[in-house]
Design a protein around this ligand. Structure first.
Ligand code: PNS
Length: 170
């Protein structure tokens, strides 16, 4: 059974992430989407909500993919070893991603012997990132083209935090 591990923060999951899972699903028999929970880093959404949104988006957008979602804390290499994965799969939007993903893939190969497959983002999705979605949402921007419908529905149910007005002392 070929198994691909697709890790990320998914804070929140974007259309780019779902496209990556869908494309990896054509190459691997099973996909594990692993939500990184870094206890030292404050996330926007709770791990449970991030997981729930990915599950809903996958069921809606690529039900044919044999995917499961889990969260993990600790090293990706340890999880890759524990799950005995065939490969780690990451998306690359441009040279900045390529640079950092190349370095991470080298470290992960050293730690667990697993190769990382880098897939270029589909044209039209190269600008999409979770941080962009968070920033646009906080400013009241329309993010519906950047996120799966499940995330869009969720975002409509919560109120964006308004940026503090500029003034003395800011
Ligand atoms: O979506 P992101 O924020 O780029 O995802 C980052 C993630 C979770 C894939 C990365 O931070 C990670 O691999 N975290 C686990 C800790 C680890 O193994 N660090 C060393 C990477 S070489």
């Amino acid at each position: 059974m070929t198994l691909a591990l697709i890790p990320g923060s998914f804070d929140p999951v974007t259309s780019g992430h779902i496209d990556l899972v869908s494309r990896a699903g054509k190459m691997f028999e099973e996909i594990v989407v692993a939500v990184g929970v870094n206890s030292n880093k404050e996330a926007w959404l709770a791990p449970g909500k991030r997981t729930e949104l990915i599950e809903a988006a996958l069921a809606d957008r690529c039900p044919e993919v044999n995917a499961r979602v889990m969260s993990f804390d600790g090293l990706l290499a340890d999880l890759a070893k524990e799950l005995n994965v065939t490969a780690i799969v990451k998306g690359v939007r441009g040279v900045v991603d390529l640079d950092s993903e190349t370095m991470q893939s080298e470290v992960n190969r050293d730690l667990c012997g697993v190769e990382t497959l880098l897939l270029p983002a589909r044209p039209g999705l190269t600008a999409v990132s979770s941080s962009l979605v968070r920033e646009l949402f906080a400013g009241g921007g329309d993010v519906r083209n950047y996120v799966p419908p499940a995330v869009w529905s969720f975002l409509q149910s919560i109120t964006p935090k308004k940026p503090k007005p500029a003034g003395f002392g800011s």
